[in-house]
Design a protein around this ligand. Structure first.
Ligand code: GCB
Length: 647
C-alpha cells in the first residue's frame, strides 16, 4: 500500500490521543423504538463521501471540511450507509485506506420536532469503525472511540437555531488501530527507499478478519420528550411457577415523575404492574424464555411498558418506552451450564458480520438468511466472534431463542504493550458500553472479554483479573469468560473465568494432515484444562479450511472431505466428554469470510461450513445431522420441532 509521508499517520495518532480521553458513560442509550411519545427517522441511504487522501491525512481538519457542504471543498462520491466503504468502488487504495474518511448527509427535520420545545432530538450512530467525530451544521456534537457499539448526541438546541435550513450531518471516521485501541494494531513505516516508495507504511493487525471500516450500522434521528425514560435495567428469576422481574427505571429531565410499569404477555394482557421506579414484578404461571430446540415455545418475550408522566409549571410530559423481557436464569456449576436450572449444551457456531460488497454493514436480507440457516442447522447458539454484533441481531436472538456468548472487540491482544494502563482503561470502558447496551437481552448468557490474548504473559494476570472483576460488578447475573488458545498450565487469566473456552486447531495448524492425532490431543486438552481448573469447558473454535468443490479421497487438507473428517474426529471426542464437563462446541466458522491478504488465505478464510454466499459445503450436512441429533437426544424432541426425519 502506498500512502503519504510519515507525518500522516502521526497526525492521525495524535488526533486519536487527543480525542481518546475516557469520558464517563452518560445516559442509558436505550435502543431507539417508536412509541406514542417517540419518533424515529432513519438516515440510511446514500451519503456524500470523501477519503482524506492528503499527504498528512489531515486536510479535512486543516480546511475544516465540516464547516461547509462536503461537495464545496472537493470531489465527493456516493457512499451507502450502512456499509463498509472498502468494497464499494473499484479503487484498491480505498479498499486498503488508512486514515480519515468523511461522510455527509443533509436531512430535513420535521417541523414539529423543531417547534415543540418539549421534544428532545437525538442523533444516533449504530456503529462506525473506529474513531468518529460528528458535527451538525458545522458544530461538533460528539466523538466516540471504538467500533461495534452505538453512540449518540442530543442536537435539539442546534437544530432550532435556524429551522429553515436542512440539518447537515458530517461524520469523520478514522480506522487507524494503535496498541491501545480495541482491537489493537500498529502502524509500521517502511523506510528503506530501495524497497519501498516514499511514505510507505502498513497497518499491522493481529486478528484474522478484514479490517472493514466506515459507518456500519444505521444512523438515526429519534425523539423523546425532554423528560424521558433514560434507562431500564431488568434482572429475572423464578420460583416454582412465579416469574420475578426485578427492574429499575432511570428518568432524565425532571426531579420527580410518575411512573407506571406494566408487564404484558404476548397477547397484550397485563400480568403485573407497579408504579415505583424500581421493584420486583411477580408473574403468576410464568412462561419462561427458553432456547431454540429446548422447548416448544422458545424465545417467549413479555413486554414491559414504562409510562412516564411529569408535570412542570408550564407543561405535562409523557413518555412511553416498551422493552421486550424474557424471564430466565443462568447458572454455572463445575460441570454444567444451566438455563432455567436445566443443563444447556451449546451446539452452535462462531460468526462474523461479513458479506460480499457491504463488508460489515448491517444488511437485513443477510441477517434473516443467517437465522434461517442457523435454525436449519439445528444450532442453538453462537458467539459474537470477535466483537459485539448489531443490536438488531440480538433482538432476533431474543425472539428466536438463539443463545449468545457476547464478545467485546478484545481480539488480537498480543503485544505486551497492549496490557498497559491505557489499554486496560479503554477495555473497561468498552465493557461498560457493551453491558449498558446488551444487559437486557435474555439471549445473552455470557460475556467474553477477549479472544486469544497473549494470556501467558505476566501482565495478563492483573489485566484479566481486573477486567473480569469489573464485568462481574457491572452485571452479576451472567458468567464471564475469555477465549483462550494458550497453554493450560501457564494461562494467567483462567483462574478468574467462570467457564473455560478453548480454541484448538489440531491436524490443521498443528500436525497438518494428520487427522489421527485428534483423538489423543483433544482428549489431553480437555483433561488438562479440567484437571487444573475444575470448570466447565466449551470448545469455542475448531475447524478446517475447505474450498467448495475441491474433493480428494483419501482426504487432503482444503478439500471438503478433509473438513468433514476433521469435524467428525472432534465430534467423537466431544461425545465422550460432554457426558462429563464439556458444555459446548462452536464450529469455526459459520461462513467463509474476508481477511487481510496473506499467503495462508486464498481470498479470505475458508473455514465456513457455508460459503460467503451462504451455500452449504458438505460439512454443513454433517453438522446439521449432529446438531439435530444432539437436540433430540437431550430433549427427545416432540413433533412440534419440525425435526427433519431424514437426518
Ligand atoms: C483462531 C481465531 C480466528 C481465526 C481462526 C483461523 O484461533 O480466533 O479469528 O480466524 O483461528 O481460522 O485461523
Amino acid at each position: 500500500m502506498s500512502v503519504p509521508g510519515s507525518s500522516a499517520v502521526l497526525r492521525v495518532l495524535w488526533l486519536l490521543s487527543v480525542f481518546g480521553t475516557v469520558l464517563p458513560l452518560d445516559g442509558g442509550m436505550l435502543f431507539p423504538r417508536e412509541s406514542t411519545s417517540r419518533e424515529v427517522k432513519e438516515l440510511n441511504g446514500l451519503w456524500d463521501f470523501r477519503p482524506d487522501g492528503s499527504l498528512n491525512r489531515n486536510e479535512g481538519f486543516e480546511k475544516a471540511w465540516y464547516k461547509r457542504r462536503l461537495a464545496e471543498t472537493g470531489p465527493v462520491i456516493e457512499m451507502p450507509v450502512p456499509a463498509s466503504y472498502n468494497d464499494i468502488t473499484q479503487d484498491p487504495t480505498l479498499r486498503d485506506f488508512i486514515g480519515w474518511v468523511w461522510y455527509e448527509r443533509e436531512v430535513f427535520v420535521p417541523a414539529r420536532w423543531i417547534s415543540d420545545e418539549g421534544t428532545r432530538v437525538v442523533l444516533r450512530v449504530g456503529s462506525a469503525h473506529y474513531y468518529s467525530i460528528v458535527w451538525v451544521n458545522g458544530e461538533k456534537v460528539t466523538e466516540h472511540e471504538g467500533g461495534h457499539l452505538p453512540f449518540e448526541a442530543e442536537i435539539s438546541s442546534l437544530i432550532r437555531r435556524d429551522p429553515t435550513k436542512p440539518c447537515r450531518i458530517t461524520i469523520a471516521v478514522n480506522n487507524t488501530l494503535t496498541l491501545e485501541t480495541l482491537p489493537p494494531g500498529t502502524i509500521q513505516y517502511m523506510n528503506d527507499r530501495t524497497r519501498y516508495p516514499d511514505g510507505f507504511f502498513v497497518q499491522n493487525i493481529y486478528f484474522d478478519f478484514f479490517n472493514y471500516a466506515g459507518i456500519h450500522r444505521p444512523v438515526l434521528l429519534y425523539t423523546t420528550p425532554t423528560v424521558y425514560v433514560d434507562d431500564i435495567i431488568v434482572e429475572t428469576n423464578f420460583m416454582d411457577n412465579t416469574g420475578l422481574v426485578r427492574y429499575k427505571v432511570s428518568v432524565q429531565g425532571a426531579a420527580t415523575a410518575t411512573l407506571k410499569v406494566t408487564l404484558m404477555d404476548k397477547d397484550g394482557h397485563c400480568v403485573a404492574s407497579s408504579n415505583t421506579p424500581s421493584g420486583v414484578l411477580k408473574v403468576v404461571d410464568v412462561k419462561l424464555w427458553w432456547p431454540y430446540l429446548m422447548h416448544e415455545n422458545p424465545g417467549y418475550l413479555y413486554s414491559m411498558e414504562v409510562h412516564l408522566i411529569a408535570v412542570s409549571e408550564t407543561s405535562t410530559y409523557e413518555d412511553v418506552y416498551t422493552l421486550p423481557v424474557g424471564i430466565r436464569t443462568v447458572n454455572v456449576t463445575k460441570t454444567q451450564f444451566l438455563i432455567n436450572n436445566k443443563p444447556f449444551y451449546f451446539h452452535g457456531v462462531n460468526k462474523h458480520e461479513d458479506s460480499d460488497i457491504r463488508g460489515k454493514g448491517l444488511d437485513w436480507p443477510l441477517i434473516v438468511k443467517d437465522f434461517n440457516l442457523i435454525k436449519w442447522l439445528g444450532a442453538n447458539s453462537f458467539r459474537t466472534s470477535h466483537y459485539p454484533y448489531a443490536e438488531e441481531i440480538l433482538q432476533m436472538c431474543d425472539r428466536h431463542g438463539i443463545v449468545v456468548i457476547d464478545e467485546c472487540p478484545g481480539v488480537g491482544i498480543k503485544d505486551i504493550r497492549s496490557f498497559g494502563n491505557a489499554s486496560l482503561s479503554h477495555h473497561l470502558v468498552v465493557m461498560d458500553e457493551l453491558v449498558r447496551r446488551d444487559k437486557n437481552h435474555p439471549s445473552v448468557v455470557m460475556w467474553s472479554v477477549a479472544n486469544e490474548p497473549a494470556s501467558e504473559m505476566p501482565p495478563a494476570e492483573f489485566y484479566f483479573k481486573t477486567l473480569i472483576k469489573h464485568t462481574k460488578a457491572l452485571d452479576h447475573t451472567r458468567p464471564v469468560t475469555y477465549i483462550t488458545d494458550s497453554n493450560y498450565a501457564r494461562d494467567k487469566g483462567a483462574p478468574f473465568v467462570d467457564v473455560v473456552c478453548v480454541n484448538s486447531y489440531f491436524s490443521w495448524y498443528h500436525d497438518p494432515g494428520h487427522l489421527e492425532v485428534i483423538p489423543i490431543q483433544l482428549n489431553a486438552q480437555f483433561e488438562n484444562w479440567y484437571g487444573k481448573y475444575k470448570k466447565p469447558i466449551i470448545q469455542s473454535e475448531y475447524g478446517a479450511d475447505a474450498l467448495p468443490g475441491l474433493h480428494m479421497d483419501p482426504p487432503m487438507m482444503f478439500t471438503e472431505e478433509y473438513q468433514n473428517a476433521l469435524l467428525q474426529s472432534y465430534h467423537d471426542v466431544f461425545d465422550q466428554k460432554r457426558k462429563q464437563y464439556v458444555i459446548g462446541e462452536l464450529i469455526w466458522n459459520f461462513a467463509d469470510f474476508m481477511t487481510a491478504q496473506a499467503i495462508h488465505r486464498v481470498v479470505g478464510n475458508k473455514k465456513g461450513i457455508f460459503t460467503r454466499q451462504r451455500q452449504p459445503k458438505a460439512a454443513a450436512f454433517i453438522l446439521r445431522r449432529r446438531y439435530w441429533r444432539l437436540a433430540n437426544e437431550t430433549w427427545r424432541l416432540p413433533p412440534w420441532t419440525k425435526y427433519p426425519c431424514s437426518l
